[in-house]
Ligand binder design. Sequence first.
Ligand SMILES: [Zn+2]
Length: 108
Amino acid sequence: MEIKVTVKLNSLVSLQATGEGKTLIEAIRQVNPLLAFRGKCELCGSDDITLQGKVAKSFPFTEFVCRGCHAKAQFGSYKEGGYFLKKWEVYQQNPPKEIDVNKDGVNF
Ligand SMILES: [Zn+2]
């Protein structure tokens, strides 16, 4: 069985994915995160979303990025098939640096 899902990201871009499985339930499970996507940023409600490809530690992944508030939601696929979409995260221009007191040493 297979299910095709089209997710509209903005006025120019749509994402198409196919879930495949022995049963319809299996096929649906593969595209579940896309079925749950509401077509807008869950933080500000903007329907102007784009995709951004990245590589971290030689692992390629993609992020949904809101053009309204710059929030991001990581999107990727599992090795065994199927997709995941993480929760939307608030955009932080300069995330606070964590200081390892033991390693860096702090002098007052
Ligand atoms: Zn937003």
